[in-house]
Design a binder for this molecule. Structure first.
Ligand SMILES: [Zn+2]
Length: 85
């Protein structure tokens, strides 16, 4: 039997910056998005450390950015074990 946490192993983050868009696929989604009870919690991306350009740039493959809020996150999509790549 798998718990809700185990069945959601990753998330994909859809980002946009100055007309560019892309997806960042987090290999282990537990780090930034998952509560211990298996609920998706996007606080880290909405308000926490990952809401800042300097961290987002690193994840999304840009060269280093200074702190700021110019890189948008459009949506955060949980991937289940069944559909992970
Ligand atoms: Zn920053």
């Amino acid at each position: 039997m798998t718990t809700a946490l185990e069945s959601f192993v990753r998330v994909s983050v859809h980002w946009r910056y100055k007309g560019q868009e892309g997806w960042y696929h987090e290999r282990d989604g537990r780090g930034s998005c998952w509560e211990e009870d298996g609920e998706l919690n996007t606080f880290m991306w909405d308000e926490g450390n990952y809401s800042c350009d300097c961290n987002r740039a690193r994840f999304f493959g840009f060269v280093a950015f200074p702190c700021g809020d110019t890189i948008e996150v459009l949506e955060i999509v949980p991937l289940t074990e069944e559909n992970r790549g």
